[in-house]
Design a binder for this molecule. Structure first.
Ligand code: NAD
Ligand code: IPM
Ligand code: MN
Length: 363
C-alpha cells in the first residue's frame, strides 16, 4: 500500500518557511513515484498556540494523531516569548518519548559544490551516520533544587540509562554499520570523567559488538571525538551516542559538511507501533526568520527519509528517497543556493529548483 497519512507540524520560526518547500518536493515525489500522501495540517505544537492557550498542545493530541503514519515536523522554539524547556518538553520531546522514537538517525555528508569549512576536504570525504539515543540518558526532568534562592542553593539533575534503552540503540547502530560499505561503528563515551553511566555504556557496547563480528568498532571520549570530527572526519562511518552527546555531535557533523541547514533527521520507532517523526536538525532560527532565506534542504532531505521509512526501505519509497537525494545534489552542484551556502537564493527558489530537478529525472 503506497498511501500514507502525514501530520504536518511546521512549529515556529523557519519551521514555517522550510516545511512548505518540503511539501512541494514531497508532492512532486508522490506524483512521480505513485505514493499518495494525505496531509493533516496542525497548528498546535507551536509557541503561537501556547501564547493563545497556555499549552503547547491540546489535551487530546495523542488521539488526534492516532491514525497518522508519520509526523513531518519543522522546528519548535521562540525563546523571546516562551522558555525553551517549556516549548520543547511540551512538544518535540514529548513526541519522542511518548511515541518511543528511540532512534534519532542523523546523516552528515559532504556534497559536491558545498563550501567545506575544513581545509582540503572534497565531496565524499565525509559520510557519516550519527545514531543518537532519543528517549532517555541525560534528557530527563528528574531532579530538584534545594535551598532555592539562597547562597546554599543546590541543583541536581539525574541521567537515566536503562539496559533496554542502551542495548536497542547500540544494536541499531551495529545493524546500520553492517549494511554500509565501511562497516565501522564509533561509540561516543566519556568513561574517564562520567564515572557511573559511561563505563557501563562502554561495557554494553563491547557486549553488543560481539554479536557483530563483521563490524569493526572503537570507542572515543566525546571531547577527543569532537576534535577528530574537525581534524579527521573521514575516519567516521556510524557514530552511536547518548542523547546529549548525540545532540552535540549532530550539530558539529553537519557544520563540518558546510552548514546545519542541510542536516536531516529521522526520529524512529523502528517497530512502527507509533508514528515516527521527521524533521531538520536545525531549530527555528529566530535570527533569520521572516526573510525567506533559510535553507530548506534539511527539511526536504528529512521528507526523503520519511518516504524511505514509510516504504520500508524498498519499492517506491526507496526510489523516491534516492531521486530526491539526486535532485538535492544536482542543485547543490550547479543550482541556486541560500546564504548559508554562500548564495543569494530564497528558501522558495531552492525548493522550486529541487522540485524541478526531481521532475527532470522523470523526463
Ligand atoms: P538554530 O538551529 O535554530 O540556529 C542556529 C544557527 O544556525 C542560527 O544562526 C541559524 O540562523 C542557523 N540556521 C539554522 N537553520 C538554518 C537553515 N535552515 N538555513 C540557514 N541557517 C540556519 O539553533 P538555536 O538558535 O540554538 O535555537 C533557536 C530555537 O530553536 C530555540 O528555541 C531552540 O530551542 C529551538 N530548537 C528547536 C529544534 C527542533 O525543534 N528540533 C532544534 C534546535 C533548536
Ligand atoms: C535537536 C534539538 C533538540 C534536542 C532541542 C530543541 C530540545 O536540539 O533536535 O537536536 O536537544 O534534541
Ligand atoms: Mn540539537
Amino acid at each position: 500500500d503506497s498511501s500514507f497519512k502525514i501530520a504536518v507540524i511546521p512549529g515556529d520560526g523557519i519551521g514555517k518557511e522550510v516545511i512548505p518547500e518540503g511539501l512541494r518536493v514531497l508532492d512532486r515525489a508522490g506524483e512521480l513515484f505513485g505514493i499518495t500522501l494525505e496531509y493533516q495540517h496542525i497548528e498546535w505544537a507551536s509557541c503561537d498556540y501556547y501564547l493563545q492557550t497556555g499549552k503547547m498542545m491540546p489535551d487530546d493530541w495523542k488521539a488526534q494523531l492516532a491514525d497518522v503514519d508519520a509526523i513531518y515536523f519543522g522546528a519548535v522554539g521562540w525563546p523571546e516569548t516562551v522558555p525553551d524547556h517549556i516549548s520543547l518538553w511540551g512538544s518535540l520531546l514529548k513526541f519522542r518519548r511518548e511515541f518511543d522514537q528511540y532512534i534519532n538517525l542523523r546523516p552528515a555528508r559532504l556534497f559536491d559544490g558545498v563550501p567545506c569549512p575544513l581545509a582540503g576536504r572534497a565531496a565524499g570525504d565525509i559520510d557519516m551516520l550519527i545514531v543518537r539515543e532519543n528517549t532517555e540518558g541525560e534528557y530527563t526532568a528528574v531532579g530538584g533544587t534545594m535551598f532555592e534562592g539562597t547562597e546554599r542553593e543546590v541543583v541536581m539533575q539525574q541521567s537515566v540509562f536503562t539496559r533496554h534503552g542502551t542495548d536497542r540503540v547500540l544494536r541499531f547502530a551495529f545493524e546500520q554499520a553492517r549494511q554500509r560499505a565501511r562497516k565501522h561503528v564509533t561509540v561516543a563515551t566519556k568513561s574517564n570523567g562520567v564515572a557511573v553511566s559511561m563505563p557501563w555504556w562502554d561495557g554494553r557496547a563491547a557486549e553488543m559488538a560481539q554479536q557483530f563480528p563483521e563490524v569493526a568498532w572503537d570507542k572515543q571520549h566525546i571531547d577527543a571525538l569532537c576534535a577528530r570530527f574537525v581534524l579527521q572526519p573521514q575516519r567516521f562511518d556510524v557514530v552511536v551516542a547518548s542523547n546529549l552527546f548525540g545532540d552535540i555531535i549532530s550539530d558539529l557533523g553537519p557544520a563540518c559538511t558546510g552548514t546545519l541547514g542541510l542536516a536531516p533527521s529521522a526520529n524512529l520507532n523502528p517497530e512502527r507501533r507509533f508514528p515516527s517523526l521527521f524533521e531538520p536538525v536545525h531549530g527555528s532560527a529566530p535570527d533569520i526568520y521572516g526573510k525567506n532565506i533559510a535553507n530548506p534542504i534539511g527539511a526536504i532531505w528529512s521528507g526523503a527519509l520519511m518516504l524511505d521509512f514509510l516504504g520500508e526501505g524498498e519499492g517506491a519509497g526507496r526510489r523516491a528517497h534516492d531521486a530526491i537525494l539526486v535532485a538535492i545534489q544536482k542543485v547543490l552542484k550547479d543550482g541556486p543556493r541560500t546564504g548559508d551556502l554562500g548564495g543569494k537564493a530564497s528558501t522558495t527558489e531552492m525548493g522550486q529548483a529541487i522540485a524541478a530537478a526531481l521532475e527532470a529525472q522523470a523526463n
